[in-house]
Design a protein around this ligand. Structure first.
Ligand code: NAG
Length: 384
């Protein structure tokens, strides 16, 4: 619990970081990447970062409501190499950070009577979802909402920041990141995930081209730019390959029997399980630089929730030339393998996250997504 108090102090520092960010932004906005004369096409990407890469999942979402500038800034100050926004579209074509196009879970939209009539039920990626959807709101309307904690039962400390932050745009995240690079004196990348790609394409709000244009406009144009674009779908990544030199990462859903949603729509029969085979991984390597599997593809759990035997996934992906960044590491008991849980029965109790990190580091992964960047930074140690 003391740890939470410390974190609140850190949050005060975020305000300062934000301020220096704002000052720095004026200096470096739109600065193009400087071409590297030594670039011989065989560059080791991310060489200026610490390894394995620390990717802050939705920001430092273990400590601050996810996908807020506060969550991203805290993640950067905890040593994250990449800040991970999920992105969706507004009705008027602005790219904003939310995990879902449904706004009720992570904002106070339900408390806004003027939006009550926007509540509806629709199919999203083959699932029936009820709520308020970003595609029904303009950016100006979404800016009247405040972010709230997604899982208050497990992260009650975070609810103290309910209402503290708004829903950021992708441009605001880029500006914050560039400012933090200056105030923290080190490079920091951005790792956007295109959510619900097919869904937004069907609405005439395809995100791929606007996201690439936005990144290019901000100077991220080359494979070695500190950007990864992620998707659980396949066709959009293949299209992105011809739109940009930025690096792409193919995500794998936890349930490997499922098809990526675009593949389900196209009735190709392709499943994540097939994509995880050596042949499947070689195919992915034709368009992606890395793969982002649920961590169960690398070390599955036994029936009793302890860690099982590592698979050949990392070896197979490396043999195909792909980097491997599994998701999602979280320090609360409820998410940890059984052998790393603490005896504290409270839902919010933290366990021995370091134990799980060490088991996964031993498999040779190249990075990982975590809600608790400080815990992984401690295990990874100094990068000097
Ligand atoms: C959990 O299951 C595994 C595999 O069946 C077994 O080896 C291990 O002893 C079990 N651990 C506990 C604590 O029950």
């Amino acid at each position: 619990m003391e740890r939470r108090t410390v974190l609140l102090s850190v949050l005060l520092l975020i305000g300062l970081a934000g301020l220096s960010a704002a000052i720095a932004i004026g200096v470096i906005r739109s600065r193009p990447d400087t071409p590297d004369p030594s670039d011989n096409g065989d560059k080791e990407y991310d060489s200026e970062l610490c390894h394995p890469l620390l990717i802050a999942h939705r920001g430092a979402s273990g400590y601050v409501p996810e996908h807020t500038l506060g969550a991203y800034a805290l993640a950067a100050s905890m040593g994250s190499d990449y800040l991970e926004p999920d992105v969706v579209m507004t009705k008027d074509g602005h790219i904003i950070a939310r995990h879902d196009n449904e706004l009720g879970l992570t904002t106070n939209v339900a408390d806004h009577p003027e939006f009550a009539s926007r509540y509806r039920t629709q199919m999203v990626d083959g699932r029936q979802v009820s709520g308020w959807f970003t595609e029904d709101f303009t950016l100006a309307e979404i800016k009247t909402l405040r972010a709230i904690e997604r899982i208050p039962d497990i992260r009650p400390g975070n609810t103290r920041m309910d209402g503290a932050f708004d829903v950021p745009t992708m441009q605001e995240i880029i500006d914050l990141t560039k400012g933090l690079e200056i105030s923290l004196k080190r490079p920091i990348g951005i790792y956007p995930e295109i959510k619900h790609s097919t869904h937004f394409q069907r609405l005439g709000l395809a995100m791929e081209r606007p996201l690439v244009d936005l990144l290019h406009r901000n100077g991220y144009t080359r494979p070695e730019s500190l950007i990864y674009i992620q998707s659980f779908e396949v066709s959009n990544l293949k299209e992105l390959k011809s739109m940009t030199d930025l690096r792409l990462i193919q995500l794998f859903a936890g349930n490997s029997a499922l098809p990526p949603f675009d593949q389900a729509v196209q009735e190709t029969g392709l499943t994540y399980a097939q994509m995880a085979t050596p042949d499947g991984l070689r195919e992915i390597a034709t368009y992606a630089y890395a793969v982002g599997p649920d961590k169960g593809y690398i070390i599955p759990r036994n029936a009793n929730q302890t860690l099982g035997t590592p698979t050949s996934f990392v070896k197979d992906a490396h043999a195909a030339g792909l980097k491997v960044h599994p998701y999602t590491f979280r320090s609360e008991n409820v998410y940890l393998p059984a052998e790393f849980r603490s005896a504290d029965p409270s839902q919010a109790a933290l366990g021995d996250a370091a134990g799980e990190y060490r088991a996964f580091l031993a498999t040779g992964i190249d990075g990982l997504f975590t809600d608790h960047p400080d815990d992984f930074a401690n295990v990874r140690g100094s990068c000097a």
